[in-house]
Ligand binder design. Structure first.
Ligand code: TRP
Ligand code: ZN
Length: 911
């Protein structure tokens, strides 16, 4: 039945905005939710049943009751529902007919509803035709669901909002060729049915919002393990995958057990059901989903083995498994009242998973990685047209708000709270939060209140971080009075205007500092301050900046120090202090804060690249660009420093990325950044060739692969050296790179070598690259996730004519235009991670991207909308590029039938 046949009103052309200030409690709540799914795949025929090919019949029995907290005296009920075909609807056993209900846009309103009633609906959906990957859909050989944020309404009519929490019982019925039938909670019944069919019934004893519902049906294999909780309960752990992937589950299982133990130890949180399941699916819009007891994962975030998965892949699996597991408390047991509160669960859970990863590996490395992501992607978002506070005031499509800001900046806000409260009080606060709000749907205010109550601290001003967007800037100056032995730091804060707010009130910012003297950290004696009982370390202090401008004075400072500022990146801000080259070199070698040693290396690298960029902009050739001797010495000392963590050395030797350099610029000079950065890299490679060769040989041992911090560190250091050396266009070095490609025993080393070959313009390297790419595909064509890496390395090639290759790859057997992982691997990789080609000055990259978005808009609006990001940054480019980018945005906006997702991003970008 079409919309017209069902008498639906025509779709409004301008989608409407939802405001936080309009929040109202629901008029009705749902005590129990009983669901039955009769799944018929595309080829089945069963004359006896109501089912038809490719249809799933959803029967829902819902026990409604008036919400005691609702004040309006209503006698009708509006349920969400989208793309559903209603077969029948009955209230308290009476079949409803015309006049008893009315369809709205993505809703149904039932009239004359009593205080309490049972509603039974039967609806039909078509999972095979669902390309949006929200609701119930088919991915390769299995059926699965994705309900967050508002996908449950594509399954059945419901109050699809997170403050409606219900007890679910779910029966899944399907042909026996789908032997595995799963849903949330515990299995309570299963059996055989006529016509080669069978069923399984699951009951979830924990009340939950519909966005946490999940169902899976498929021919799946699984690995099984168990975890004994600290109170002695056994939990069965199962990871379900397509049989071919059964050998790639061990790392996820280890990560899961580590996460369960860590949450008990660090947060006192135990798992609450007798079974915990993970299912891997290949078609998935995001990384993974925390459905109660039945997490559904993108294959890319669960499968891993050394031959097919890089170190980064292993770490991603560990992090995402932990993230979803931690949601069981931060998200599921305590959930969000409404979607404006999304960062309540996401920011907190990202903070939790990043602390977990820090404890599992190297803390400083993890911090550097998180900050790098924040500073490139999140800072850019916060400075662009889609900027929003971590608790937004309004949205058109909530799917557009699963952002770097909600997740990554949200996590930084929680980290600042932990810093301000100190470890002990923070833990008291989270205990109180979980305790007080268990089983509730709450707000970010509730979270902060629990921390306030537990710690006795007033966080009123701190809460501005929740309502004000934009990246604050700190301008820091100092003075030293030798006679008085006093050192003072003056910090000024400002915040640029963002779409929701012009003038910002000052933030409450923890500024962690140390002072470095010629021999290292100096003891800190802060004037006019209580002694700090928080840390036993007297060389580290957290200053609390609350005013627009504030001065902090330290006494008994015996020499003029170099300040180590925002240690560990103690706040998500940009800051400047006028460091000399010598200051930075001192910090890089002497600062006890590992993060700031890295930060100093980046500042040095930045200065060097800026010089090369200037030369480029003045029309000078960069072909024999040199960096000065002092800088070379600084890098040499890092290279040779035996006491540094190897993974940190690798990061310190890597120059700031093009993405970071672009974020720093007011107007991005794509070419100057690209060629300037390469020139500095080549100059360093020339000057430090011997050292890099020594390093490469030292770490190029053929030890068995292990995804341990040590193993990862050794590989990343070796591959950084390889990267520098390959730039030298020297035959022996290029041959060594090719040899690494051929002989490596793990995917990290294979990809590192392949990447260098593909990006080198030396004819020999190009020759090797061509045969390596061919060889790689032949070898790995059966492994979808490996093929994705093959697509990406080609999409990110910096050499000319890459766009043509990307277009050609779209019709290669390796590509599938419906699979988000393939789209990300090829199209998003080109548009986001290949600036020199994407921003080609004829605008071909922009036009290509707009074509993809227009195509994807109807197929998968979430993916289409996410793909838009690089075009939304048009104001950061020069006038020609601006015009070309804007033209494509306008072309998209003029398309008929734009999804809410794409409409919101395009229209806000054009303002
Ligand atoms: N809650 C998920 C997470 O962060 C996010 C998520 C998974 C999601 N799939 C989605 C959000 C689809 C929107 C749409 O762990
Ligand atoms: Zn999450």
């Amino acid at each position: 039945m079409t919309a017209v046949e069902q008498n639906l009103p025509a779709k409004d052309s301008a989608p409407k905005t939802i405001y936080l200030k309009d929040y109202r409690v629901p008029d009705y709540l749902i005590k129990t939710t009983d669901l039955r799914f009769d799944i018929y795949d595309r080829n089945e025929k069963d004359e006896k049943s109501e089912g038809r090919d490719g249809e799933t019949i959803v029967s829902a029995m819902l026990q409604f009751y008036r919400n005691p907290a609702a004040t309006d005296a209503v006698t009708q009920l509006t349920l969400h529902g989208a793309d559903l075909e209603l077969v029948s609807i009955a209230l308290n056993g009476k079949v409803l007919g015309e006049g008893d209900y009315q369809f709205g846009e993505e809703s149904i309103t039932i009239f004359n509803t009593p205080e309490e009633f049972t509603l039974i609906t039967i609806t039909k959906i078509k999972p095979e035709q669902n390309t949006s990957l929200e609701g119930l859909y088919r991915s390769r050989t299995m059926y699965c669901t994705q309900c967050e944020a508002e996908g449950f309404r594509k399954i059945t009519y419901y109050l699809d909002r997170p403050d409606v929490m219900s007890e679910f019982t779910t029966t899944v019925v399907a042909d026996k060729k789908y032997p595995v039938l799963l849903s949330n909670g515990n299995l309570i019944d299963q059996g055989e049915l006529d016509g080669n069919r069978h069923y399984a019934t699951w009951h979830d004893p924990f009340k939950k919002p519909a966005y946490l519902f999940a169902l899976v049906a498929g021919d799946l294999a699984h690995i099984e393990d168990k975890f004994t909780t600290r109170s002695g309960r056994d939990v069965a752990l199962k990871i379900f995958v397509e049989p071919k992937d059964l050998d790639k589950c061990d790392h996820a299982m280890e990560s899961l057990k580590n996460s369960m133990r860590w949450d008990e130890e660090v947060y006192g949180r135990e798992y609450d059901l007798n079974i915990f399941m993970i299912v891997a699916v290949d078609d998935f819009n995001m990384g993974a989903m925390e459905n109660k007891g039945l997490n559904i994962f993108n294959t890319s975030c669960v499968l891993a083995k050394p031959e097919t998965t890089t170190d980064a892949g292993f770490q991603r699996v560990e992090g995402v498994v932990a993230h979803e597991y931690f949601h069981n408390w931060s998200g599921n047991r305590v959930t969000c009242r409404d979607w404006f509160q999304l960062s309540l669960k996401e920011g907190f859970t990202v903070y939790r998973d990043s602390e977990f990863s820090a404890d599992m590996g190297s803390r400083t490395v993890k911090r550097v990685e998180d900050v790098t992501l924040l500073r490139t992607a999140q800072f850019a978002e916060d400075a662009g047209p889609m900027a929003h506070p971590i608790r937004p005031e309004s949205y058109i499509e909530i799917s557009n708000f699963y952002t770097m800001t909600i997740y990554e900046k949200g996590a930084e806000i929680i980290r600042m709270l932990a810093t301000l409260l100190g470890k002990e009080n923070f833990r008291k606060g989270t205990d109180l939060y979980f305790d007080r709000h268990d089983g509730q749907a709450v707000t970010t205010e509730d979270f902060v209140k629990a921390l306030e109550d537990a710690s006795g601290r007033d966080l009123t001003q701190f809460k501005r971080w929740y309502s004000q967007a934009g990246t604050p800037r700190l301008h820091i100056t100092d003075s030293y009075d030798e006679d008085a032995q006093e050192y003072s730091l003056t910090i000024k804060q400002t915040c640029p205007p963002t779409p929701e707010c012009e003038n910002k009130l000052p933030f409450h910012i923890p500024v962690a500092v140390g002072l470095i003297g010629s021999a290292g950290d100096l003891p800190l004696v802060l004037q006019n301050a209580e002694p700090d009982f928080e840390t036993s370390d007297n060389t580290y202090k957290v200053l609390e900046l609350t005013e627009t401008e504030q001065t902090f004075v330290f006494g008994r400072v015996q020499e003029k120090p170099v300040p180590s500022l925002l240690r560990g990146f103690s706040a998500p801000v940009k800051w400047d202090y006028d460091y000399t080259r010598d200051d930075l070199i001192l910090l890089m070698s002497r600062d006890s804060d590992g993060f700031n040693r890295w930060e100093a290396s980046q500042q040095l690298g930045l200065q060097a690249i800026e010089q090369a960029m200037e030369a480029y902009q003045q029309g000078n050739s960069l072909s024999n660009w040199q960096v000065d001797a002092e800088l070379v010495e600084a890098y040499r000392s890092v290279l040779q420093n035996e006491s540094l963590d190897k993974a940190m050395v690798a990061y310190m030797l890597s120059l700031p990325s093009e993405a970071y350099l672009s974020e720093l610029a007011d107007i991005v000079d794509v070419e100057a950044i690209h060629y300037g950065r390469v020139a500095v890299r080549r100059a360093l490679a020339n000057a430090l060739r011997n050292e890099f060769e020594t390093l490469y040989r030292a770490y190029n041992h053929q030890q068995a692969y292990a995804a341990t911090a040590d193993g990862i560190a050794a590989r990343s250091l070796k591959n950084v050296a390889l990267g520098y050396l390959t730039l030298l266009n020297d035959e022996t070095l290029i041959k060594r790179c090719e040899q690494q490609y051929r002989t490596a025993n793990n995917m990290t080393d294979v990809m590192a070598a392949l990447t260098q070959l593909v990006n080198s313009d030396a004819p020999l390297a190009q020759q090797y690259a061509a045969s390596a790419l061919e060889d790689f595909y032949q070898r790995w064509q059966g492994e979808s996730l490996v093929v994705n890496q093959w697509l990406s390395v080609q999409a990110m090639c910096v050499l000319p004519r890459t766009l043509e290759k990307v277009k050609a790859l779209q019709s290669h057997a390796a590509f599938d235009g419906k699979n988000p992982n393939k789209i990300r691997a090829l199209i998003a990789a080109f548009c986001n991670n290949n600036p020199i080609n994407f921003h080609a000055d004829d605008g071909a990259g922009y036009q290509f991207l707009a074509d993809q978005i227009i195509h994807l808009n109807t197929q998968n609006p979430q993916i289409a909308s996410r793909l838009l990001t690089p075009l939304t940054k048009w104001k950061k480019y020069g006038p020609q590029r601006q015009a070309l980018m804007k033209k494509q945005l306008e072309r998209i906006l003029a398309e008929p039938d734009l999804s809410k997702d794409v409409f919101e991003v395009v229209s806000k970008s054009l303002v």
